[in-house]
Design a protein around this ligand. Structure first.
Ligand code: 15L
Length: 263
């Protein structure tokens, strides 16, 4: 078969499971890696940690691209964040270089720039400078800059996705700006893994929300054309919204949790 083979790390997470099924129906073969073995639907399933070089060497062997979702997805104690998010990303990038894998898609987060103010006018560019709001957000800045090092020093091609809120529905008022539908996430990853997308790219992972704060231009430049808009949920969200203590920051309330305490 000539369907491209993708390694998805963290394939058994909330986003991973949704993405694997969509990538498969979109014409990819998927090798799934996670700590748990429950990944439904992937052609190949590997159980183990992204911090284990022997596991990761097996995981990357022969793939056309890697979609790196593995790691802590929220605030955690420093050692956990460092090990899973930072060390795990280093182990993965090293394995890609050893195996001659060219393309990595790195799941970063809006929390890398979470203390940035919400814009009044023009949407924020995808290369908005680091302003992490948590150890978690910091770990994403570390992952992004580690990816950049491997682009510049080892010739990898990396697309960094600064993902907003990828859930079935926008969770609240903030989500009307930050939501990315699972279908748009699959569209974004499909664009990012295309072989003609080379070098370094950093794009927002967000749907075409009427109320978004973030630019779609960088995504469009790599062929990401989102189809969904959170506006269809707006009336319902606004009718049931609790007042949010979100301040005026893109990362919402992450900065209210003490550093290193699970949120
Ligand atoms: C993230 O980075 C988290 O992984 C996710 O659980 C949400 O909190 C999201 O950001 C968000 O900002 O809504």
């Amino acid at each position: 078969t000539d369907r491209p083979l993708l390694l998805v790390t963290g394939a058994d997470g909330g986003l991973g499971r949704e993405l694997v099924s969509r990538l498969r129906s979109g014409g990819f073969r998927v090798r799934a890696l996670d700590l748990t073995a429950a990944q439904g639907g992937a052609e190949e399933v590997l159980t183990g940690s992204v911090t284990d070089p022997a596991v990761v060497d097996r995981a990357v062997a022969g793939v056309d691209a890697v979609v790196h979702l593995a790691g802590m997805s929220k605030e955690r104690a420093w050692p956990e964040v460092l090990q899973a998010n930072v060390h795990g990303t280093w182990v993965l990038l090293e394995a890609c270089v050893r195996a001659g894998i060219g393309k990595v898609v790195f799941a970063s987060s809006n929390h890398a720039v979470g203390l940035t103010g919400r814009p009044d006018g023009d949407p924020l560019a995808a290369d908005t400078p680091f302003r992490p709001d948590s150890f978690y957000g910091w770990s994403k800045t570390a992952g992004e800059s580690l990816c950049r090092l491997f682009v510049d020093r080892a010739g990898l091609d990396v697309v960094v996705l600064r993902i907003g809120s990828c859930f079935p529905h926008p969770g609240g008022v903030r989500g009307l700006a930050t939501w990315m539908s699972y279908d748009d996430c699959a569209r974004l990853v499909t664009a990012a893994v295309a072989p003609q997308v080379t070098g370094w790219h950093c794009v927002w992972g967000v749907s075409a929300n009427t109320r978004r704060w973030w630019s779609l231009a960088e995504g469009e430049a790599i062929g990401y054309h989102p189809q969904d808009d959170s506006e269809r949920f707006a009336a319902e969200v606004l009718a049931t919204a609790r007042p949010e203590e979100d301040d005026d920051l893109v990362g919402g309330d992450f900065h209210r949790t003490p550093l290193g305490e699970p949120n």
